[in-house]
Design a protein around this ligand. Structure first.
Ligand SMILES: [Ca+2]
Length: 188
């Protein structure tokens, strides 16, 4: 009888240890749940700016090609690269648009776009696009760039108090490709 109790207790311990070990394996295997709209920042961020996702900013895109692990949230994670960590519009989207929205108005004087050519071939830099800010409910044009050939474009303007910024892609790529590709939408 006594030896049976010892065997039973031993079995319980074995089951308990197996459950604990299984739990540890499960916890280690499960990826960290992404924060809504902020999957990577500020971990690894190399820059801080008004549109970084930890500053109460929401990003939405008219479309995203998620096949390569791309996400619009990478536009506001405070870093450029690695290569797949960018926004790429979907193949059928003929007028790609990205909007940033703050939960309170911010003052901005500069927008810096980090185009895909910074880490990929030059042909993937955005060719033609506009920037608009929402001021008291109306969209005001900040910039309209034609025939861009730069990897990094800086757009300065008189200070605006705004709660939203819109990037509209008119011609997605220097090489004629029909998908927009950007690493970061930096706002100052
Ligand atoms: Ca980024």
């Amino acid at each position: 009888m006594a030896s049976e109790s010892v065997r039973t207790l031993g079995g319980l311990w074995a089951v308990t240890l197996a459950l604990i070990a299984g739990g540890i394996v499960l916890v280690r295997w499960m990826p960290a749940p992404p924060r809504s709209g902020c999957p990577t920042a500020p971990k690894g961020a190399t820059m801080d700016h008004l549109a970084r996702c930890d500053h109460a900013v929401k990003v939405t895109a008219s479309s995203t090609d998620t096949g390569g692990g791309h996400d619009a949230a990478y536009l506001i994670d405070g870093r450029v690269g690695p290569e797949q960590e960018k926004w790429v519009s979907a193949d059928g989207d003929r007028a790609p648009v990205v909007e940033l929205e703050w939960d309170r108005p911010v003052k901005m004087t500069r927008v810096i776009l980090h185009h895909a050519g910074l880490r990929e071939e030059h042909g993937y830099d955005t060719r033609e696009f506009t920037l608009h800010a929402r001021v008291k409910g109306a969209w005001v044009e900040l910039a309209h760039v034609h025939n861009n050939v730069l990897h990094l474009t800086t757009h300065t303007f008189p200070e605006v108090l705004t709660d939203a910024l819109r990037l509209s892609i008119i011609s997605p790529a220097v090489n004629g490709n029909n998908r927009a590709r950007l690493f970061e939408l930096e706002v100052r």
